[in-house]
Design a protein around this ligand. Structure first.
Ligand code: UGA
Length: 433
């Protein structure tokens, strides 16, 4: 079976390569020629563990992946066409901007000559796939097609593994034929007994937002509980662990920190709330999560500022700039929000991140940058651990203590044991402990 992916961003590229790994012939289509040329030269547009190897395997060796900046003929030869373009937040009303999705729908309609299933994999508000169908009906010249929704649940940093070993597959269709075709795309996962939920299109679209919003709610909840822990002398890690042992709650996404960031949760909870309002209903819990998470890094920055009685000439090493480890993505990174707040208060920031320095240098013009942890920390008044990269989990704190001006650590990811760090002579501030 031939598959076409439209959009070679994070989701399109990873999913396309994983479908190639399943054995399908995949064409990844993108109008950005520079991006395609870079890929053809083996240069990955993002850092993601395993991505380069998988690309090299299927582009250069098996040749199961093709790259093209033209819709035709790839989509006419494809049984399934996945739309995987971006749906960023609109500035005016916090809704998802679907212009790229609708442009693709129009172009697909103009170019298909054989029956195929057009699948939204981009995260789109409920009702979008119906609109895609309407747009396509307007522009298509007599070819039959179906639309479907097949949301993705890939986490940056572990996306290939998430694709190959998913918790579930969601297939939203309105014809038996398209359901059967989409199920055949995921047949390789039958071996691992991955549950497949077949449902209608609206339900599939909604599952994605409900899932992301629920995970975001868990994080915002535990972050607020960690504030209370700090006031009453309780330990958030023990609270999370004990809560997580209750199977009805589950242990994951109960790790307190500086708030959630990235390209998905902050954007999706806003769009979910806008969708509810459009349908004259409320998602007041999601609204509260949004507000709570917006304030979270600001409150943490205030706490750090308050720590220093004298506000001038405070130099801070900021370790970790990506919104989470194992990615170079800095979108809505709480580290960067906190860094900027400290700069506004007159502090100076010297930052280091294992993978996102190139991206950060373009965005964080007021930061200075160091090439490694030791250089970032030399002569600093404090060290902030903003992202829990493995590289920061086992620092030689005795050696580092000799490098810094003042041994103060703000561990925003609770990666160290407070007693161990204090024993070495550091002042140690963490979250909810
Ligand atoms: C998220 C979802 O986890 C994926 O299932 C989904 O497919 C994806 O969004 C998407 O919609 O495309 P991602 O944004 O890559 O994936 O990263 P997560 O691992 O979910 O982390 C999001 C944020 O939450 C990060 O800033 C992370 O540091 C924070 N987080 C996560 C916490 O603060 N505490 C936790 O316990 C877990």
């Amino acid at each position: 079976m031939n598959i076409a992916m439209i959009g070679t961003g994070y989701v399109g590229l990873i999913s396309g390569l994983c479908f190639a790994e399943f054995g399908f012939n995949v064409t990844c289509i993108d109008k950005d020629k520079n991006r395609l040329n870079a890929l053809k030269n083996g240069k990955m547009p993002i850092f993601e563990p395993g991505l380069e190897d998988l690309f090299n395997k299927h582009f250069f060796t098996t040749k199961k992946i093709k790259l093209s900046n033209q819709m035709s003929p790839a989509i006419s030869n494809a049984k399934v066409v996945f739309i995987t373009v971006g749906t960023p937040t609109r500035r005016i009303n916090e809704d998802a901007d679907l212009s790229a999705v609708y442009d693709v729908a129009k172009e697909v309609a103009k170019n298909i000559t054989n029956y195929c299933v057009i699948v939204t994999k981009s995260t789109v508000p409920v009702g979008t796939s119906r609109k895609i169908k309407n747009i396509m009906t307007r522009y298509i010249k007599g070819t039959n097609f179906d639309v479907a929704s097949n949301p993705e649940f890939l986490r940056e940093g572990s996306a290939i593994n998430d694709f190959m070993r998913p918790d579930r597959i969601i297939i939203g269709t309105d014809t038996k034929k398209s359901e059967k075709i989409l199920k055949s795309v995921y047949r390789p996962l039958y071996l691992t007994e991955t549950p497949i939920i077949s449902t209608n299109i609206e339900t599939a679209e909604l599952i994605k937002y409900a899932s992301n919003s629920f995970l975001a709610t868990k994080i915002a909840f535990i972050n607020e509980v960690s504030n209370l822990c700090e006031k009453v002398g309780a330990n958030i890690q023990d609270v999370s662990k004990a809560m997580g042992l209750d199977k009805r709650i589950g242990a994951k996404f109960l790790h307190a920190g500086p708030g959630f960031g990235g390209s998905c949760f902050p954007k999706d909870i806003k769009a979910f709330s806008v969708t509810a309002k459009k349908h004259k209903t409320k998602l007041s819990i999601v609204d509260a999560v949004n507000l709570s998470n917006k304030n979270r890094p600001i409150e943490i920055a205030k706490k750090i500022i308050k720590y220093f009685p004298k506000k001038s000439k405070i130099n801070i090493a900021l370790l970790g700039l990506s919104f989470k480890p194992n990615t170079d993505d800095i979108r809505d990174s709480t580290s960067i929000i906190i860094g900027n707040k400290l700069i506004e208060a007159g502090f100076k920031i010297c930052a280091y991140d294992p993978k996102s320095m190139e991206n950060a240098k373009l965005k964080c013009k007021n930061f200075s940058f160091a090439n490694n942890v030791n250089d970032a920390c030399a002569n600093m008044d404090a060290v902030i651990i903003g992202t829990e990269w493995n590289e920061f989990r086992a620092l030689d704190l005795s050696k580092l203590k000799r490098l810094v001006k003042k041994p103060v650590i703000f561990d925003l990811r609770n990666i160290y044991n407070p007693d161990d760090v204090k024993r070495i002579g550091w002042e140690y501030v963490s979250i909810g402990r």
